[in-house]
Design a protein around this ligand. Structure first.
Ligand SMILES: O=C(O)CCC(=O)C(=O)O
Length: 346
């Protein structure tokens, strides 16, 4: 007999079931291969040391970034300038939030995706056919003063700790976007200008232990619709990145952030850089958390390949579109291996 979910949040359902409810079960051809997951131990994507990016080592670091963006669409950064205690507080307060009583967490619950602060579950509960083993608190973060007042006040240090983390994420995003722009041979500020009055959003993803992790995903394969993502994961592995047809596990490395190229940079780069499929697996023992910061174009920014990256050998791969149009398509069609960017091919 199949069981269906009876709680709004998976955090509250997970500990009450010893089988995955039927609405979380993926079709047989679309399930994670956990044997492969366990056999990977090494960290699998490039690690780039940002020390010296603003002085002596800039050109070497820019080259490393170019190679990582071409070959993986993903890399990790160390010596990124974000103080350890800022990260520790962010992780701690996020865990405290998800440890709050159900009734307290549910004060933030909404299924309205236009809300700029909301707690929800899975991905898009209104349209999806199969649910994901994830709850998430989504926050808009820039300009901070416009949004902090909407954020949860419980735990008491939430606003202060998350605001400090967001400021640091903004600095790091700007540094990376400049470096990525330069690595494409563009002016340092080209991408920043192309994105218009950019936005910054954050998700705090919570994946509770799952009794049958071989049947479902925390998040199924998808690419990110934004420009770049800076991901912080706790000490529990789960992130996998597609490389040459294989799913590589990105094991957590202390004091690093994982950076990935989103669809908008794939378009601006005219396909020199790839926005790569990735997914989150769950496990039966430990709760996992990840905190992506999404650096996004302004909704009215018009995105298209940079003119200097178009020539006889590299014709424009995409038509121009507004980010609003792009994001609406991404959100309404749901997470999918068929990436949204293909809908805007020239
Ligand atoms: O949990 C992870 O490691 C991945 C999260 C992710 O891909 C997302 O939130 O879009």
């Amino acid at each position: 007999m199949s069981i269906t979910a009876s709680k709004l949040l998976i955090a509250d359902l997970a500990s009450t079931v010893d089988h995955v409810p039927s609405n979380f079960i993926r079709p047989v051809h679309d399930r994670p291969n956990l044997q492969q997951f366990q056999s990977f131990n090494a960290s699998s994507i490039p690690i780039i040391d940002l020390h010296g990016l603003h002085v002596s080592n800039r050109s070497e670091i820019i080259q490393n970034i170019a190679q990582a963006c071409q070959n993986y669409g993903f890399f990790q950064v160390v010596n990124h300038g974000v103080p350890e205690d800022v990260v520790d507080k962010m992780v701690k307060v996020s865990k405290e939030f998800f440890d709050l009583a159900e009734s307290e967490r549910l004060k933030n619950y909404s299924e309205d995706s236009s809300k700029t602060t909301r707690l929800s579950t899975s991905f898009n509960v209104k349209t999806e056919k199969v649910s994901n083993w994830r709850d998430f608190l989504r926050l808009h973060c820039h300009p901070l003063e416009d949004y902090v007042k909407e954020w949860p006040t419980n735990p008491p240090s939430f606003r202060e700790d998350v605001a400090e983390y967001s400021r640091n994420m903004r600095r790091l995003s700007m540094t990376l976007v400049e470096a990525i722009s330069e690595s494409l041979g563009l002016e340092k500020d080209y991408i920043d200008k192309a994105l218009g009055k950019h936005g910054q959003h954050m998700a705090i993803n919570y994946y509770p232990p799952c009794p049958e992790p071989e049947l479902t995903y925390g998040l199924p394969a998808h690419t990110d619709p934004n420009a770049i993502t800076i991901l912080l994961q706790n000490h529990v592995p789960g992130l996998q990145v597609l490389k040459d047809g294989n799913w590589l596990t990105v094991n957590p490395v202390p004091n690093t952030f994982i950076i990935n190229i989103g669809d908008q940079i794939q378009v601006i780069s005219n396909d020199r850089y790839k926005s790569v499929l990735h997914r989150a697996l769950v496990n039966c023992e430990k709760e996992r958390m990840s905190i992506p910061t999404f650096y996004c174009p302004s909704p009215d920014a018009v995105i298209g390949p940079a003119p200097t990256l178009i020539d006889h050998d590299h014709p424009a791969q995409y038509t121009k579109f507004s980010y609003r149009e792009y994001y609406d398509k991404f959100w309404n069609r749901g997470l999918s291996k068929e990436t949204c960017v293909d809908m805007f091919k020239a």
